[in-house]
Design a binder for this molecule. Structure first.
Ligand code: IMP
Length: 424
């Protein structure tokens, strides 16, 4: 049975959750395959808002099973907090949420390492501070990593922490830490979490293979955006996982051949959180207006997001990498009232005009955007429900985005609510 992937084609926060929500009844299982509690989305159930960062957006749908794949890094207190908050809202996830035994565990020393590395002025990435990078470093480095399955074996976990924590203390000491960690205290704390996590733990690749064989429909929820992908994003200003659909195979165990539809989610403008090049950034009064109107403040950290014009060079690049079949254009309503809109169609790099995206951050830093202007529209479009309800300016803008990216828009979002959507 084919799978679908919903992936952001910019630097994250493209409103992927709304698309997963709209696809609603078209899937049985929702899978997260990358990242951790660095992602953020708010879901509203019966008028009550839940802030989720580790559980997939689809978790709230009745009759849907959620999977946190092996490619995710998990901070157990956060996992339990989200499970508990949904339980308080009447959503009990036991039996419908599975956590991979091969997912890697985030410990307090990961967060401390990140805090120390990010507190200097050199080499700062502007991370979310959730221990994501240091945990993935341990995964790839192999020696000091601990997986969810290991949490469920108490003697083994104590032994592992006895080995890992002294090394981490040496490392943290060298980085200037004043507070060091105690292996047995961490073991006590994490064994407490393990008791509660155990019912959710599964061999998720096997579960997914069996589900595919049984004809279940899968949707993969990519966390972060394609430009934050560790291989193809604006390295080193990226996250530490594969946020493109290429991460699905490794991060869930589901082979690529099962993923038949790739939906690329694009914000009508661009936003970015943290450091790194952003050629179309609007560091001015208009940028501030868009930030306020689009409520562009990080769900996880509350940081104001940097905002700018839509960069068609970047989206063409990520759409190709993702293998996107279509795009969805989100937050179009935020641009209402801007008299002249700009779309970046090329860059000037050291006096030369280029139309490809240099993913090397040091080259991108030197790129100056080449813009094309499109006249805007003044009307409020939040009540539009079909393309013909949109003013000509908005239609022209959408058409031009599609042309420049080379993909049709299948959905246009004109507001946060489910109904504020145009299905094309
Ligand atoms: P990390 O993932 O916390 O290591 O942060 C690395 C970079 O990715 C930083 O610039 C973060 O702001 C950015 N980032 C991580 N997760 C998200 C997200 O869900 N949305 C937008 N940016 C993110």
């Amino acid at each position: 049975m084919p799978g679908t992937c919903v992936v952001g084609l910019q630097w994250g926060d493209e409103a992927k959750g709304k698309i997963v929500d709209l696809l609603g009844d078209n899937f049985d299982i929702v899978v997260r395959y990358n990242g951790g509690a660095n992602a953020g989305h708010t879901v509203v159930v019966n008028g009550r808002a839940f802030k989720l960062s580790l559980l997939p957006t689809g978790v709230i749908r009745p009759n849907v099973t959620s999977v946190i794949g092996n490619g995710v890094v998990v901070y157990p207190p956060r996992f339990l907090e989200e499970v508990d908050s949904l339980a308080k809202g009447g959503i009990n996830l036991t039996g419908s949420l599975f956590l991979s035994d091969h997912a890697h565990v985030i410990f307090p020393y990961h967060m401390e390492e990140e805090r120390l590395l990010e507190s200097g002025t050199e080499g700062k990435i502007g991370t979310t501070g959730r221990g994501i990078g240091p945990c993935y470093q341990d995964k790839v480095g192999r020696r000091f990593a601990i997986r969810v399955g290991e949490l469920c074996r108490p003697d083994h976990l104590r032994e592992r922490l006895k080995f890992v924590v002294p090394f981490k203390n040496k490392l943290l000491g060298a980085l200037g830490a004043t507070k060091l960690f105690d292996a047995s205290a961490i073991a006590d704390e994490y064994l407490g979490y393990a008791e509660r996590i155990r019912p959710f733990v599964r061999d998720t690749p096997r579960f997914l293979h069996e589900s595919l064989a049984a004809g279940k429909r899968l949707i993969f929820e990519a966390a972060q955006g394609s430009l934050l992908d560790v291989d193809h994003g604006t390295f080193p200003f990226v996250t530490s996982s594969s946020s493109l659909p290429s991460g699905i195979w490794g991060g869930s165990g589901v082979p690529a051949k099962f993923v038949k539809r790739i939906i690329g989610v694009v914000k009508a403008y661009t936003s970015r959180v943290g450091q790194g090049p952003f050629p179309t950034e609007l560091d001015n009064e208009l940028g501030e207006r868009i930030r306020q109107k689009g409520r562009e403040f990080g769900t996880v950290t509350g940081r104001p997001r940097r905002v700018g014009w839509l960069d068609a060079v970047a989206v063409r690049y990520t759409a190709a990498l993702a293998g996107a079949d279509e795009i969805t254009v989100m937050l179009l309503d935020v641009l209402s009232g801007v008299p002249e809109l700009k779309l970046c169609t090329a860059y000037e790099l050291d006096g030369e005009r280029i139309t490809h995206f240099p993913s090397d951050a040091y080259l991108l830093e030197r790129c100056k955007p080449v813009y094309e202007s499109v006249s805007g529209w003044s009307e409020d479009i939040t009540a539009a429900r079909k393309l013909s309800d949109l003013p000509p300016g908005a239609r022209r803008y959408l058409d031009r985005v599609s042309e420049l990216v080379g993909l049709k828009a299948s959905v246009v979002s004109v507001g946060p609510d489910r109904e504020q959507t145009i299905m094309v």
